[in-house]
Design a protein around this ligand. Structure first.
Ligand SMILES: [Zn+2]
Ligand SMILES: [Zn+2]
Length: 321
């Protein structure tokens, strides 16, 4: 077993060096970017890990979707655009670039704070030595960032302008394993920037940040799959399942009521339980937004079918059109 892993790691490393030397390096030299070689090498790794992740998830989840779908569709016409979003966001190096951009800024900022006698926050200060055990540090960061994610998501539903953008994510009526990255680019930028900022601020290292992203996004892909799958009585409150997240996308339940929705958690439903926003109701409801349905007054709201249309309509909703 360990031999297979060692072999796989070696193959991965060779592909990474090949891609870096034959594509990334020449392009960087041309663009006068020799100063960011090290980051570009990490970026190449992230790109390949993203590609590998999409492939593995597709191979596992696609047959499951066919076997036990939550919904059966006559066609999959609306899924196509979500595939584009997935490749754009997961291979676009968006989050990692933000992390590298913010890292020196935060360094400057904390140096300034120290000059004025204010210490910056680090998990190691609260619990000395904790971040030196990699697995413990990883789990701790995962929980802290998930807590942040929960509140960002609450914000996306609470503020009118933010919901105008985030509603694009909810407008998918054929929710599948590709739906996670169907977001307005401005919404992505905001969320990723907040998360990268917090990650840098609490002392997450770049290598760890990549692993945290991969873990989070794998579970996010699973929970959007068109899959009749619940984690059972004990599992449902522990990790967000396809059934739990489908309720978040349900027409009505997902975006109405006092909290403007339910089941906001990204990884751990505990936040929804703690803050009174959980809904563990059985069933696999249809997904979408109430105003998309045909009303008596005529056609429902159009969120667009193609990428550019969806982005443009999102901006228009944001400015109140
Ligand atoms: Zn939402
Ligand atoms: Zn979702």
């Amino acid at each position: 077993m360990s031999e297979i892993v060692a072999w796989a790691v070696q193959v991965f490393a060779s592909v990474q060096s090949w891609l870096f030397m034959s594509v990334v390096e020449p392009v960087l030299f041309r663009l006068d970017g020799a100063g960011v070689m090290e980051q570009a090498y990490d970026g190449t790794e992230f790109f390949l890990l993203g590609l590998l992740q999409i492939a593995v998830l597709y191979v596992i989840l696609r047959p499951l979707e066919s076997w036990k779908p939550a919904e059966r569709w006559a066609d999959r016409r609306d899924v196509g655009v979500d595939i584009f979003y997935t490749f754009l966001h997961r291979l676009g190096l968006f989050s990692l670039a933000l992390f590298f951009m913010l890292d020196p800024l935060i360094d400057d900022f904390t140096a300034q704070l120290r000059l004025h006698g204010i210490a910056n926050f680090n998990l190691d200060d609260v619990w000395p030595g904790v971040t030196s055990i990699p697995l413990v540090a990883f789990c701790l960061y995962l929980v802290v960032l998930d807590f942040v994610n929960y509140w960002v998501h609450r914000g996306q539903h609470s503020f009118r302008w933010w919901w105008a953008l985030h509603s694009l994510h909810h407008s998918q009526r054929q929710m599948s394993l590709w739906a996670d990255d169907r977001n307005h680019l401005l919404d992505d930028l905001l969320r990723d920037a907040i998360l990268a900022l917090i990650a840098v601020a609490i002392g997450v290292q770049p290598g760890q940040f990549v692993l945290l992203l991969i873990a989070t996004r794998s579970i996010e892909t699973l929970q959007h799959a068109n899959l009749r799958l619940s984690f059972g009585r004990w599992g449902e409150p522990l990790v967000v399942s396809p059934r739990f997240h489908r309720r978040h996308h349900a027409i009505g339940d997902g975006h109405e009521g006092v909290h403007r929705g339910c089941n906001f958690a990204v990884l751990f439903p505990i936040w929804d339980v703690l803050f009174g926003t959980s809904n563990f109701e059985e069933g696999y409801p249809a997904t979408g937004i109430r105003d998309q349905l045909d009303s008596e007054a005529g056609q429902g709201r159009d969120y667009g079918r193609g990428f550019w249309g969806q982005q443009w309509l999102g901006l228009r909703r944001m400015i109140g059109r």
